[in-house]
Design a binder for this molecule. Structure first.
Ligand code: ZN
Length: 299
């Protein structure tokens, strides 16, 4: 049997959050439903940030209400703090993805909290979940390869957060290259270091293609034994700190590369290409994914 690589679709959240145009709740629901029909089993659908600060993410509760629960599809909500956790529980998300920035500079700019304060918030959330119940918690370590404010982020900084998150019983830890500065060799080293620090915790990797290293980094991750990766249809998104940057690695590009090599992903490539083209047109831009331009092979 060939190896299955799970791709978590993050276009409706990470993709749309970094686009200039905001979509309506109905347009977002249409995108999410099409992605699920195309094979997305875990999808980051909403973010429980303050919509006054991030207008692209407005309507989280409405979106979760409209998506009737089913056992096949996990809907993930992004959480930055206790208020976000409370909203995530009330909205009945299937998973909460709690973000901890690897650098103080990014944490303070983005979430108004230092690394220490964010880890403390994650601990408080995990504690409440243990007592009161709620969805499983995953943690994403953002700017884990470099920070637009503080510059280089060391392996030690990342490993320290991995160790603390694992000790809190977090189900899965994502290591995220939020601004797209990683290279595949460093990716491998960080995966090995994270695994040594938290051997029983599942690792997920999250790459942005800002400097054209996204797919190479995904390849390095799979070679290093990681079998969960984030991607965004159409390569949606940008980067607030890099003008004209592309977003996450495109789901269709990742599916193509993996399936061409014999891995299974559970996605329908032709459907993904269509969705990537359509959503990019709706956002008034050319699709950033290569497959949206070139199509699959064989045709
Ligand atoms: Zn991201």
């Amino acid at each position: 049997m060939s190896r299955f690589i799970q791709i978590v679709e993050v276009g409706p959240r990470d993709g749309l959050q970094n686009e200039k145009l905001s979509l309506s709740v109905d347009e977002k629901l249409d995108l999410i439903r099409k992605l699920e029909a195309a094979g997305a089993r875990r999808t980051e659908v909403v973010s429980f940030v303050n919509p006054n600060r991030v207008p692209q993410m407005a309507g989280a509760e409405e979106i979760m209400t409209a998506l009737s629960a089913d056992l096949e599809h996990a809907r993930i909500g992004l959480v930055l703090n206790m208020r976000g956790w409370e909203r995530c529980v009330a909205a009945q998300c299937d998973e909460a993805n709690v973000v901890v920035c690897a650098s103080d500079g990014f944490g303070l700019a983005n979430q108004g909290a230092t690394v220490r304060q964010q880890i403390d918030a994650l601990a408080a959330i995990a504690e409440r979940q243990a007592v009161e119940g709620g969805p499983p918690i995953t943690a994403t370590i953002s700017v884990a390869f470099g920070c637009p404010f503080d510059g280089e982020v060391s392996e030690d900084q990342v490993v320290a957060i991995v160790r603390e998150a694992a000790a809190l019983g977090v189900a899965e830890i994502a290591i995220a290259d939020t601004i797209g500065v990683a290279d595949p060799w460093t990716v491998r080293k960080r995966i090995e270091a994270a695994r040594a620090a938290a051997p029983d915790t599942r690792l997920r990797m999250h790459f942005h293609d800002t400097r054209n290293t996204g797919l190479a980094n995904a390849y390095a991750s799979v070679e290093a034994g990681v079998d969960v990766l984030d991607a965004s249809v159409g390569g949606l998104g940008g980067c607030p700190f890099a003008p004209n940057a592309t977003g996450n690695i495109g789901t269709e590009d990742l599916v193509y590369m993996l399936e061409r090599a014999g891995f299974e992903t559970g996605y329908d490539l032709a459907a993904l290409i269509e969705i990537g083209r359509e959503i990019s047109a709706k956002l008034g831009k050319a699709p950033a994914s290569s497959l949206a331009r070139a199509g699959g092979f064989p045709a």
